[in-house]
Design a protein around this ligand. Structure first.
Ligand code: EPU
Length: 430
């Protein structure tokens, strides 16, 4: 397994291009199953979560052609299976989208309960509620396979008890070909929900209201192929914004939708960061010591939980006392132990982290315990004096395209080594 090493202290400078959105790609790829036809999808990020989803589609029988680095042509007409084993789902949380997509196509899905980022318990009761509301029977087998069947899916009103991105997407996937009208109340509003709705509509679906609390879906009998380009990754962009600010850098972050970054931008500005928004890029510049702030994570358009670890890392070296209230996941602060070993002064009490700004962090051996914790460790390494070694970087590979290359292009002293390679190797030698 690889490690990432960083010699901290460099300010990030230059330009970086943001890739397609992971959480949109992992929803749009399974949605292709619904169209018994050929779809060409552009701006697909080269990350291991996407590779895994492509492998699953291939295993189900799809014909897949990689047109270029970020474009795939996928023919789903040849898919003839609705069974996906734990071997395929154990590393991919988003494999739960296969429930909705296979159910919509075949009236059946037999898919193992997924794995994914291990930061806390991740229930799927709201997904199950959506399928049952549409008329499906759901059964968990002894082998942890979720077996879902429906003679016919019938449009109905689904009222979610909590705002859930995954359950909203699964309800949309199952409902687009259901008979009649489905109304999803208390729906999630993330940019990738809107992107999926746009993709489904491009295939001939009739999905209205995505991006609001209420989504209305008029079931159609048939979906056709299309060409579609995925939106830029909000969280990758946010990660580079925070890294630029934390290192007192000057970075132009290109290929973004500034509106999707609003909650991140506002908090950075509150901390004293200069941000200039252009049509499809943002310029981030920071000088001197940044100020403390208080943040509560919440579903979109609130501050995203997936930016929480990166922001806490920046706040670890800001002036005064900051507070982070994690409202989406029960406990997503495991990574703080690594930051404190690097010299941060952060205490947690349930869902709240209290961050006392320190003057310096010191390099250490740390781990990417999950995807965003891994991003936080990179930012910590950029800030720390000396060398930081990050282990378990396969978590980072799940969601960041060429993370080492992109940070190096901004002037970071960062490199990657394989497990059996001596870690004293310098960047230039790799
Ligand atoms: N929840 C339930 N029941 C459910 C589903 C969710 O109680 O059936 C609760 C969860 O426990 C959590 C809250 O609802 O407290 C929100 O969970 P949600 O379902 O929105 O999360 P998800 O769909 O499993 C997606 C992203 C996550 C991101 C969350 C929140 C994908 C593939 N994953 O997860 O992304 O943290 O939404 O925005 O889209 C990441 O990219 O690093 C990542 C973890």
């Amino acid at each position: 397994m690889s490690k990432i090493l960083i010699n901290g202290g460099n300010s990030l400078k230059g330009e970086v291009n943001i890739s397609g959105a992971k959480n949109a790609a992992v929803a749009i790829l399974p949605a292709i199953i619904l169209a018994q036809d050929v779809c060409v999808v552009e701006n697909i990020p080269s990350i291991s979560d996407v590779e895994m989803m492509i492998r699953i589609l291939h295993q189900l029988g799809a014909k897949i052609k990689k047109v270029d680095d970020t474009t795939y042509e996928i023919d789903s007409s040849t898919i003839d299976s609705y069974v996906v084993s734990y071997e395929m789902t154990k590393r991919l949380r988003a494999s739960y989208y296969l429930y909705g997509a296979l159910l919509g196509r075949f009236g059946r899905a037999n898919v193992a309960i997924p794995g994914g980022c291990p930061f806390c318990v991740r229930p799927i009761d709201q997904h199950v509620k959506a399928f049952e509301t549409l008329g499906a029977q759901v059964n968990l087998s002894e082998q942890s396979m979720l077996e879902i069947t429906a003679n016919e899916l019938i449009g109905s009103t689904i009222f979610f008890d909590v705002v859930s991105v995954g359950a909203t997407i699964n309800a949309m996937l199952a409902a687009v070909k259901a008979k009649g009208v489905t109304i999803i109340e208390n729906a999630a509003k993330e940019p990738h929900i809107v992107d999926l709705a746009n993709f489904l509509n491009t295939m001939g679906a009739d999905v209205r209201g995505a991006g609001t609390d209420t989504i209305k879906i008029y079931g159609v009998e048939y979906l056709h192929g299309c060409t579609y380009s995925i939106i830029p990754d909000q969280i990758e962009a946010g990660t580079f914004m925070v890294a630029a600010a934390a290192t007192k850098g000057e970075v132009l972050i290109k290929n973004v939708i500034p509106k999707h970054l609003e909650s991140i931008t506002k908090k950075l500005v509150e901390c004293g960061v200069d941000i200039v928004e252009f049509d499809d890029s943002v310029f981030v510049r920071a000088k001197g010591r940044l100020k403390n702030c208080k943040i509560k994570t919440s579903p979109h358009p609130g501050f995203p939980t997936d930016m929480q670890p990166q922001f806490v890392t920046m706040l670890a070296m800001c002036e005064g006392t900051s507070h982070m209230h994690e409202n989406v996941w029960e406990y997503r602060f495991q990574y703080i132990e690594h930051l404190n070993r690097m010299g941060a002064n952060i205490t947690t009490n349930g869902s709240i982290a209290v961050i006392e700004g320190v003057e310096e962090l010191k390099g250490a051996i740390v781990a990417a315990d999950d995807l965003r914790a891994g991003a936080a460790m990179i930012i910590a390494g950029l800030l720390a004096e000396g060398t930081t070694t990050i282990e378990n970087v396969d978590h980072i590979d799940r969601g960041y395209v060429d993370v080492v290359g992109k940070f190096r292009s901004l002037g970071a002293d960062i490199w990657r080594v394989e497990e059996d390679t001596p870690t004293v190797l310098k960047a230039e030698a790799v």
